[in-house]
Design a protein around this ligand. Structure first.
Ligand code: HEC
Ligand code: HEC
Length: 223
C-alpha cells in the first residue's frame, strides 16, 4: 500500500512539475497574457491583434510573431516600453507589462505556430521579381546588400539577432522599411537597417515587401 501511494505521489509530482520543462509555469503565464492580458488596469490581450497562434492580422498591418526568437520578441517589447522603438500601436499596450510578463509572453509566442495568413489583395508579379533580385543579390550600385545575408536563406531569420521576414504581411514590412528610412524606428543595432532602407527607392521597398510577403514563413520546432 505504502509503495503504491508513493508511486502515485511521484506521478502526481511529475505531472504538476515536469522536470523536463522548467519553463512550463512561464509558458502558462505567457499563454494567459496572450489570451487575456495580465489583469492589470488597461491591459490588452495580445491575441486581439496578433491572434492566439501569433499569425498577426494582415488587414491592420499587425505583424506575425509566431516563431520569432524569444530574445527578439522580448527585446522589441522592452524597447517599445522604454520609448526607444517605434511602435505607435504597441506603445499603448505594453506599458503595464512587467519584465516577467514580457519574458513569458515572448516564450509563448516564440513557440507558437501559425500558417501563413493571406495578405490583403493580390501581389504584383513584377514587383515580386524585382524584390527577389534585391533580396538575393542586393543592389550594389547603391550599396544595398542582399537581405538574405543577414536574414538568412529565404528570409527565415538567424536567431537570436536577425528576425525572420519571410511570410510577414506586406503592410507591416513596408511600414517598417519606411520607419527605418525616415528614422522613426531607430533602435536597430549599428543603424544597419536605417542605412539600407534609406538607400532604397520607394519602389524597391515595395518590391522587397512584396517578395518576402509572398514566401512561406518558417515554422520550426523550438526545443
Ligand atoms: C491593438 C493591437 C495590438 C495589441 C493588443 C498588441 N499588439 Fe503587438 N503589435 C501591433 C502592431 C500594429 C505592431 C507593429 C508596431 C506598431 O505599429 O506599434 C505590433 C508589433 C509587435 C511586435 C514587434 C514585432 C516585430 O517583428 O518586430 C511584437 C514582438 C509584439 N507586437 C508583441 C505583442 C505582445 C506580446 C502583445 C501582448 C502583450 C501585443 N503585441 C499586443 C498591434 C498590437
Ligand atoms: C547587415 C545585416 C542586415 C541586412 C543586410 C538586412 N537586414 Fe533587415 N534587419 C537586420 C537587423 C539586425 C534587424 C533587427 C533590427 C531591429 O531590431 O530594429 C532587421 C530588421 C528588419 C526588418 C524588421 C523586422 C520586424 O519583424 O520588425 C525588416 C522588415 C527588414 N529587416 C528588412 C530587410 C530587407 C528587405 C533587407 C534587404 C534589402 C534587409 N532587411 C537587409 C539586419 C539586416
Amino acid at each position: 500500500m505504502k509503495v503504491v501511494l508513493s508511486v502515485l505521489l511521484l506521478v502526481a509530482e511529475i505531472v504538476a512539475f515536469p522536470a523536463w520543462s522548467g519553463a512550463t509555469p512561464l509558458m502558462d503565464w505567457g499563454l494567459h497574457v496572450a489570451k487575456e492580458g495580465n489583469g492589470k488596469p488597461g491591459s490588452t490581450a495580445c491575441m486581439e491583434c496578433h491572434r492566439l497562434d501569433g499569425g498577426g492580422m494582415p488587414s491592420i498591418g499587425s505583424p506575425r510573431i509566431a516563431g520569432q526568437p524569444s530574445q527578439y520578441i522580448a527585446r522589441e517589447i522592452r524597447e517599445v516600453k522604454a520609448g526607444k522603438r517605434y511602435g505607435p500601436v504597441m506603445a499603448g499596450v505594453v506599458q503595464n507589462l512587467s519584465l516577467r510578463d514580457i519574458r513569458a509572453v515572448a516564450l509563448y509566442y516564440s513557440r507558437a505556430k501559425s500558417p501563413k495568413l493571406p495578405d490583403v489583395g493580390p501581389s504584383d508579379p513584377t514587383l515580386v521579381g524585382e524584390g527577389k533580385h534585391i533580396a538575393t543579390r542586393g543592389f550594389w550600385k547603391k550599396n544595398i546588400p542582399a537581405c538574405v545575408q543577414c536574414h538568412g536563406p529565404n528570409g527565415y531569420g538567424v536567431p537570436p539577432l536577425f528576425p525572420y521576414i519571410a511570410g510577414q504581411n506586406r503592410t507591416y514590412l513596408l511600414r517598417q522599411l519606411m520607419a527605418y528610412a525616415f528614422l522613426k524606428r531607430q533602435d536597430d543595432p549599428d543603424g544597419l537597417m536605417r542605412g539600407i532602407a534609406r538607400r532604397m527607392t520607394m519602389t524597391q521597398r515595395k518590391a522587397v515587401a512584396e517578395y518576402f510577403s509572398s514566401l512561406k514563413p518558417p515554422i520550426r520546432d523550438v526545443p
